[in-house]
Ligand binder design. Structure first.
Ligand code: FAD
Ligand code: SF4
Length: 512
């Protein structure tokens, strides 16, 4: 009998490793690797989510007649020990696995084969819409890649939102410019709020997992009791339908908005399920496009905005990861060397916008994209935090975090640590952006429009000090050269005051 090894983030039977195998001819191996769960202090909601989804999937397989050799984290040191014990017990002729999504695990397979004494066949992944090889072909040997070009190529090849003449529907490739509703726009629209996400049923498996996680990982952040996500395919499909029916319509217009006590707004929260195989990217895209063809369609700008995230960004960051690993993990083009502040892990962040994002992720393991990019990420970029520490923090805290998706988002998009390989400019912003796109500044001890003195928003000095530090690098970048020009026009006294204020902030809040 052969074995199919199902890794924790590949939980669906459409997984190509199952292809051609049946319950009668093969057995499934599933491993909760304790070592993997402890590499970083992973949020306890994330651990409970992974483990509960794995155990539910194993139960579904068994109900369908599969024999599952399941290794629980309490009894399982790591992948090697579990595979070895599986081989000793069942003597499979070979093990087949879908190519791991994680570079380190993919690289570990030859050693696992050798140490466990069994051939391990890794089959190309079908968890993405574009293969690693096809992405590499598309990328060629360019010094930089742009998501927009990749996205257009994907729209054409998959024929999504394209007219018969091969033109984009709505005569434009994207509605980004329209999809930047501000707090004022939201107020003008009558402050619409999303209907609550569907409630998740807690069965015996989930209750048991929650107890185990809180017991076994007491020092990890979060509380597994607050698990709020679907852990079965059935529930994930309900979650997808609910998003399409109730939130997709306003997703586009308010994609970039941040409102206190509205952690999800009109975002889908599909990434946790997509990233472990409970949903496939194409069925999410199909559901949104089907809604567009229905009698009460959401606006095209919302559907396009959503499709863009899935076939554009999601595929793009995965492609960049496989193209640039392993050296991508070590990039630090801006020579950022400031340690992360302790208040990311515990205590109260000193700025209200940071407090909102950080307390939300501690409570739920989730922030939407703009909180990740333009509040937290912006802060890490401007203060010059060490890329690898930032990567570890995000990777530990987010329920949807996996190395393949974090690396390009954090190192490339947020920190510009790859020197512009995937972003044409740094995503640096001052207080004006946060105050326009959120209601956070109302509750802050600082004022977004005050530039000096104790009430001055720290983003002001941090923003200009960033361009001061990197003026040589960015002077010729057409997208930000104007900022360097503006910095240079300031008097020396003004420049010195900004430098000193930013330096004092960093010295106070980021001690070594
Ligand atoms: P929506 O806003 O509803 O978007 C729909 C879907 O599009 C998402 O579910 C996701 O699958 C996909 N998507 C959108 N943007 C991206 C992107 N930039 N990269 C990859 N997929 C994208 N995404 C993760 O899946 N896991 C992460 O750990 C993760 N970490 C991030 C860290 C930083 C610093 C940044 C800037 C972005 C990160 N993203 C990550 C991308 C994006 O923020 C999340 O996918 C999104 O916020 C998930 O919430 P949602 O499902 O409500 O997304
Ligand atoms: Fe953030 Fe500045 Fe607004 Fe305070 S004033 S919430 S620090 S942007």
């Amino acid at each position: 009998m052969q074995t199919i090894w199902v890794i924790y983030d590949q939980l669906w039977t459409g997984n190509s490793a199952f292809s051609g195998y049946t319950a009668g001819t093969s057995r499934v191996l599933m491993i909760e690797s304790d070592a993997s769960f402890r590499k970083l202090p992973l949020h306890r909601i994330k651990l409970a989510f992974f483990i509960s989804a794995m155990r539910h999937f194993a139960e579904e397989l068994e109900a369908a007649g599969w024999q599952v050799d399941y290794h629980r984290h309490g009894d399982t040191k790591d992948y090697q020990s579990a595979i070895r014990s599986h081989v000793e017990k069942f003597r499979p002729s070979s093990i087949r696995v879908l190519a791991p999504n994680d570079y380190a695990l993919q690289q570990a397979i030859p050693a696992l084969e050798k140490k466990c004494g069994v051939p391990i066949e890794s089959v190309p992944t079908n968890q993405f819409l574009l293969s690693r090889e096809d992405f590499a072909k598309w990328a060629g040997s360019g010094k930089s890649l742009r998501m927009e070009n990749h996205y257009r190529a994907m729209r054409k090849s998959l024929r999504i939102l394209m007219t018969r003449d091969g033109e984009p529907e709505g005569d434009t490739w994207n509605f980004d410019a329209e999809n930047r509703g501000t707090v004022k726009d939201w107020e003008a629209a009558g402050t619409p709020r999303p209907s609550p996400a569907p409630e998740i049923r807690r069965d015996e498996i989930t209750e048991r997992v929650i107890f185990e996680v809180n017991d076994a990982f007491p020092k990890h952040p979060g509380d597994a009791n607050n698990l709020w996500l679907p852990t079965t395919r059935g529930e994930a499909l309900t979650w997808l339908r609910h998003f399409v029916e109730h939130r997709l319509g306003l997703f586009g217009p308010f994609e970039d908005l941040m409102i206190e006590r509205e952690p999800l707004l009109f975002h889908s929260v599909l990434s946790p399920m997509l990233n472990i195989g409970l949903l496939t990217p194409m069925e999410c895209v199909d559901a949104a496009v089907a809604a567009l063809r229905s009698e009460t369609p959401p606006p095209l700008r919302s559907v396009e905005g959503f499709v863009r995230q899935i076939i554009g960004w999601r595929e793009f960051v995965n492609g960049v990861y496989w193209l640039r690993m392993p050296e991508y993990h070590a990039v630090n083009a801006l020579a950022a060397e400031i340690p992360l502040p302790d208040w990311l892990w515990e205590g109260t962040p000193p700025m209200h916008c940071m407090e909102m994002a950080v307390t939300q992720v501690r409570d739920t393991g989730y922030n939407h994209h703009i909180q990740r990019l333009m509040v937290l990420g912006n802060y890490f970029l401007l203060t010059g935090c060490r890329p690898q520490e930032v990567l570890d923090w995000y990777s530990a805290m987010y329920v949807d975090a996996h190395d393949w998706v974090m690396a390009a988002n954090v190192l490339g998009m947020v920190l510009y640590a790859d020197g512009g390989f995937m972003a044409s400019k740094p995503y640096a912003a001052g207080a004006a952006y946060i105050s326009k796109m959120s209601d956070y500044c109302n509750g802050c001890r600082y004022k977004p429009n005050v530039k000096t003195g104790p009430e001055a928003c720290p983003f002001h000095s941090l923003y200009w000090a960033f361009y001061d530090r990197h003026q040589t690098r960015f002077a010729k970048n057409p997208r930000v050269a104007v900022m360097i020009g503006s910095w240079k026009k300031r008097t020396l006294d003004e420049q010195n005051e900004i430098r000193n204020t930013a330096a004092a902030w960093i010295a106070t809040h980021h001690p070594n």
